[in-house]
Design a protein around this ligand. Structure first.
Ligand code: BGC
Length: 690
């Protein structure tokens, strides 16, 4: 190849030849520089601790100006871009509740454009760790408890971001779901649990062409994830054929130069601690073979070059940052993520023509509550609080008054005064989030899944005084509600709804938007019913069951099942028609809007082993222990009153296989399948004969 400069439009084979020739011309120092972040720790400290300083810049690594190869320029997410005054979307868990991968793709595109407009090329916000237990402090950064659903949402974000030639990074690989102990905890899990529960969504992102994977801080089966040959070489590269590069989590993830580089960890971020000079020294002394470094550099350069050489679909001027279209998308996402959990007597939607006075009560009522204050902290130019959203929406027609809820008498008086009351309760960045040491109580794992005692008292006070009481929950994960849920007619999960969250909330409470979101996790009646969780664990066993699979196995009724959410209209769904084709199940079902309003329904397909109970009287015993059923398809549909839609799902048998650790292969269950289609994990009816 004649040219030694990377150029736009190069083909994959030209890129491979270019990278090969570049590697042949680099010094050891230059090679190691590709593998090492070049920020000072001072920058990281400033970004972390001078937290009102929002002019963050990307974290660079590598780059070779003389060959026209740009450096990696990394920026975090996932609720937007953490640099500058960018658009703040609802947190990932809220977007998970939308069950709308098309929406997530558009959010990915908006994020990709803003990364580019801010000079970055590498987005670290595809967090797809499975929510094993809702006390996990960073629950809000991921999409939920189910691998199939996580894969659908995560791959949509990857594709959206990468459409703008921004490399996406899927994190944290793997089994990262305890925050306080993240730097030390050793997760123990058997092979089936890993392959079937904790890893499939990462594989889906690899299949979708994700550029990069970030290794986790924690250990897996005794090895630090960033130094695990099992994770980084065997699973990721040998079994899945991953072609991109692996980066470390920041600062504390690497412990040993030799272990990391030989496991296949390509880039240490954000600054040289274990790589840099130590890696050069290890190569010079012969402890690390030059070929190992060359392979890492090849993986990095090939990926960077592929993205840099691709033609851009558009230009990226600075004006794209917090562009009005992105802000409108943030509002749409907030509306589509609302989950209506309870609505006795159709209290909601409220009617602005019927009420004159509205009380908004709670410490979170007028608080710009965007979520965690760790690495995912986005700083939009403004954030609409619940109170501000309601005031704006009701201006001129309804008088709105607010109280913090801590003064019982004032709460009582306000509840008695109002025609209707909205109570806002839940969490903020102090209760849950990334565990940032040295900034007071910020984040970490949750101490309890219940609301604070004072919020429970407040709800009881209000509901005793005024029957028209709707509780709005804010947070990034499950809240147990047994202490109070029977005492209120309406409960709406509104999450950390992003910069337009308050606007979306007002429009939803008053029926301008109809809630169509569904829980991306199970809400149990009690935390006792969930897997063991210890935020300070040195070691912990991750079992094959959690969330809905665990509750079904134990025959426990959840407070609100996975996939559940009500609407202001009603839907009828099913029964499914199942066709066993040569390589797939073809499942069809009709869904109809049977109520008076336009609305969205999420139709969900669950498949379990064995034939349908209706036909055989009992489910056949599967060859191995398997969940009663697992989510294998879903679609969000928008229907006018009276409108119906015929949905078809194609489910390849390969997707239904289980992992046989003895043979090291995936196997299909021979005993047939039971299929259920419905509007939650508990609402479906099994197919009459699969
Ligand atoms: C977090 C990552 C993040 C990185 C860079 C780490 O503490 O675990 O999710 O991407 O910091 O900010």
């Amino acid at each position: 190849m004649s040219s030694t400069q990377l150029r736009k439009g190069m083909s994959p084979s030209e890129i491979d030849a270019f990278v090969g020739s570049v590697i042949g011309q680099l010094s050891l120092r230059e090679k190691v520089a590709q593998m090492t972040g070049s920020s000072s720790l001072l920058k990281l400290a400033a970004d972390t601790y001078l937290y009102r300083h929002y002019n963050r810049t990307p974290y660079p690594a590598g780059g070779i100006p003389r060959f026209g190869v740009p450096p990696l320029l990394f920026s975090d997410g996932p609720r937007g871009v953490v640099m500058s005054r960018s658009t703040c979307f609802p947190v990932s868990m809220a977007r998970g509740a939308s069950w709308d991968p098309g929406l997530e793709h558009r959010i990915g595109e908006a994020i990709g454009r803003e990364v580019r407009a801010l000079g970055g090329n590498f987005f670290g916000g595809v967090c797809i760790n499975l929510l094993r237990h809702p006390a996990w402090g960073r629950a809000q950064e991921t999409y939920g408890e189910d691998p199939f659903h996580l894969a659908a949402m995560g791959t949509a974000l990857v594709r959206g971001v990468q459409r703008h030639n921004v490399m996406a990074c899927a994190k944290h690989f793997a089994c990262n779901s305890i925050e306080n102990a993240r730097l030390k905890v050793d997760v123990r899990a058997d092979e089936r649990t890993l392959r079937e529960v904790y890893l499939p969504h990462f594989r889906a992102c690899v299949d979708a062409g994700v550029a990069s994977v970030m290794g986790a801080y924690n250990r897996l089966r005794g090895e630090y994830c960033c130094e695990s040959p099992y994770l980084l070489t065997r699973v990721l590269r040998e079994d899945w054929g991953f072609q991109g590069f692996v980066m470390s989590d920041f600062v504390f993830a690497l412990h040993d130069t030799l272990a990391a580089v030989s496991a296949g960890l390509d880039v240490e971020m954000p600054s040289p601690r274990v790589y840099g000079g130590r890696l050069m020294e290890a190569v010079r002394s012969g402890r690390v073979a030059r070929g190992v470094v060359d392979e890492s550099v090849r993986r990095i350069l090939r990926t960077v070059a592929r993205f840099a050489a691709a033609e851009d679909p558009q230009a990226y001027p600075r004006g794209l940052v917090c562009h009005p279209e992105h802000v409108a998308l943030a509002r749409e996402a907030a509306e589509k993520s609302m989950v209506l959990l309870k609505n006795d007597g159709n209290l909601l939607p409220l009617d602005r023509r019927e009420i004159r006075t509205l009380a908004v009560i709670g410490r979170l009522a007028d608080f710009p509550n965007l979520g965690d204050h760790g690495s995912s902290w986005v700083h939009p130019p403004y954030a609409v609080t619940p109170l501000a959203g309601l005031r704006e929406y009701l201006a001129g027609s309804v008088e709105v008054r607010c109280a913090g809820g801590s003064d019982r008498h004032r709460t009582q008086a306000l509840a008695a005064w109002a025609d209707a009351v909205v109570v806002v309760a839940g969490c903020d960045h102090a209760d849950e989030g990334e565990n940032i040491q040295g900034r007071g109580k910020v984040g970490g794992d949750r101490d309890t899944l219940s609301l604070r005692p004072e919020e429970i008292r407040m709800i009881r006070t209000v509901s005793a005084e005024n029957k028209a009481c709707a509780v709005v929950l804010v947070g990034g994960s499950a809240v147990t509600m047994e202490e109070w849920r029977q005492s209120v007619p309406a409960i709406l999960m509104a999450w950390y709804g992003g910069m337009e969250g308050g606007t979306a909330l007002a429009r939803t409470l008053f029926g301008e938007a109809n809630p169509g979101g569904k829980l991306p996790f199970t809400i149990p009646r009690s935390a006792e019913e969930l897997p063991f969780f210890d935020k300070n664990a040195e070691a912990i066993d991750y079992g094959y069951y959690h969330g809905y699979t665990l509750l079904e196995k134990k025959n426990l009724e959840p407070a609100f099942p996975f996939g559940f959410g009500l609407s202001y209209t009603s839907f009828a769904c099913g029964p499914p028609v199942v066709e066993e084709q040569a390589d797939r199940l073809k499942v069809s079902a009709e869904v109809k809007n049977t109520g008076p309003r336009v609305g969205d329904e999420v139709v969900q397909v669950y498949v379990g082993p064995g034939r349908a109970p209706a036909r055989r009287g009992a489910v056949d015993r599967p060859a191995v222990d398997r969940p009663v059923k697992l989510l294998r398809g879903f679609r969000r549909v928008h229907l006018e009153p009276g409108e119906s839609s015929e949905l078809t799902f194609e489910i390849p048998y390969d997707a239904l296989a289980w992992y046989d650790p003895d043979r090291g292969t995936w196997r299909q269950d021979e005993s047939g399948y039971a299929v259920s289609v419905g509007t939650s994990s508990r609402a479906g009816s099994f197919s009459p004969g699969a």
